[in-house]
Design a protein around this ligand. Structure first.
Ligand code: TTP
Ligand code: MG
Ligand code: MG
Length: 415
């Protein structure tokens, strides 16, 4: 009986619920639950995916970029497995001429000063022995989907920020507050590695801005916890350019003003920044330097329904097996309520699904005046639905569903 979270209306739905898409999480945490936001970024992402294919290159300088020619074709002389291709047969940067650029490089290659966005010819001068592999976006997208699926299984409030990074709201996740988020970050890091063979780095902080900077502090395969009190020690020594949103243009302007570190930026009177950078950017720079950021973690797709169902060991009759059926029914409602509460949702429609011994199925549901997430309320409504279904044939399967989901209001937060 696995929890079933639907992001699309499914077979189980009698009608397609309209609520759900595009809801955002509240920006502020409650007094009891301070906001804990994680930023997770995969390490040397494209290169690390390639190393799964070519483990013989592990530890070597490898750069990804250039032509779309499939290296496998160039390398493969027949039935050889990719992992069996001798390192000496891989093309290197040595003698490269052309206009290709590097998408990314392994950490071994970075030690030679090689990195993203650098021309391959320049890289060839710095590290001629580096192995050069072409990009395979299809494969990177596949791994991108895979690692994100692992995360949402553990912590459902995730914001997709591109192929190799996400924000995750730890605030309401069970264990998400433990050791400032360290315990959950470890679990996610390990789970991503177990499922994909890839490492990532995670920063956990009171908001997205700090989390993003934190995730870079211990790359690769690192975790950094930043608390509000760590601002001066961990963040202020960093260059202004490390603020996500300070681009080359703003950085140049800051440098011209003699402002190099985030600490120096924080020391600027707010009015000064407003004068030099305008009202909006000036205020933002000041807030950023002081670690202030209220942006919510925005999930792209909110679930529209959650359900639990079970197939009985033997077919049950509504009257003759009333007791057993009732117990299973109650347990399903309790499990569903736990799913909803764990993920922070409540719903306004409650439904049931029955499958009979002849494999035909029916569903019944009802809309309630208020959002529900408690087992007793779900059980009561589902019981009413059950009364409306034919119960003469024996039952193979029973399912309970809560739909028209909305984020459950927290106690301190009027809905
Ligand atoms: P990044 O996360 O910036 O870099 P990375 O994952 O390779 O390395 P790090 O460990 O420092 O996070 O980018 C993710 C992927 O996006 C990267 O593997 C390749 C691609 N990319 C480009 O194609 N061009 C670029 O200029 C950058 C920065 C990244
Ligand atoms: Mg990365
Ligand atoms: Mg990234």
């Amino acid at each position: 009986m696995l929890p079933n979270v639907q992001h699309q209306p499914s077979f189980f739905d009698d009608e397609a619920p309209a609520l759900g898409a595009g809801l955002v999480r509240e920006g502020a945490g409650s007094a009891a639950q301070p906001r804990r936001i994680a930023h997770l970024d995969m390490d040397a992402f494209y290169a690390s995916v390639e190393l799964l294919r070519y483990p013989q290159l592990k530890g070597l300088p490898v750069v990804i970029g250039g032509g779309r020619r499939r290296v496998d074709n160039a390398l493969q002389g027949g039935e050889r497995a990719l992992a069996d291709i001798p390192v000496a047969e891989f093309p290197t940067l040595s003698g490269y001429s052309g206009r290709g650029v590097i998408t990314t490089a392994t950490y071994a290659a970075r030690q030679f000063g090689v990195g993203s966005a650098m021309g391959l010819m320049k890289a060839a001068a710095l590290c001629p022995q580096a192995v050069l592999l072409p990009v395979d976006f299809e494969e990177y997208r596949r791994f991108s989907r895979a690692f994100k699926a692992v995360i949402t299984e553990i912590a459902p409030v995730m914001e997709d920020r591109g192929v190799d990074e996400v924000y995750i709201d730890f605030t309401q996740v069970p264990g998400g507050q433990r050791e400032g988020g360290l315990a959950l970050a470890r679990l996610i890091q390990r789970s991503v590695f177990d499922a994909t063979g890839l490492t990532c780095s995670i920063g956990v902080a009171p908001n997205k801005l700090l989390a993003k900077m934190a995730s870079e502090l211990r790359k690769p395969n690192g975790i950094s916890i930043v608390q509000e009190a760590d601002l001066t020690k961990l963040i202020w020594p960093l260059a202004c350019r490390k603020i996500n949103g300070v681009g080359p243009k703003a950085d140049k302007k800051l440098t011209a003003l003699g402002i190099h570190t985030i600490g120096e930026l924080a020391a600027q009177p707010r009015d000064n920044l407003l004068r030099h950078f305008g009202k909006s950017q000036g205020a933002w720079l000041h807030d950023a330097a002081w670690g202030r950021d209220e942006r919510p973690v925005v999930t792209e797709s909110e679930p529209v329904s959650m359900s639990r169902e079970t197939t009985f060991e033997r077919d049950l009759h509504a009257v003759r097996d009333r007791q057993a059926l009732s117990e299973v029914f109650t347990r399903l409602c309790e499990q569903l309520a736990a799913d909803l509460q764990r993920k922070g949702y409540a719903g306004r429609t409650v439904g049931i699904k029955l499958r009979y011994d002849d494999f035909t199925s029916v569903t019944r549901d009802m809309t309630l005046p208020t959002l529900v997430a408690e087992a007793s309320a779900i059980r009561q409504a589902a019981g009413l639905c059950l009364k409306r279904a034919p119960l003469t044939k024996r039952l193979r399967l029973l399912g309970v569903r809560v739909g028209t989901l909305a984020r459950a209001a927290r106690p301190d937060q009027p809905s």
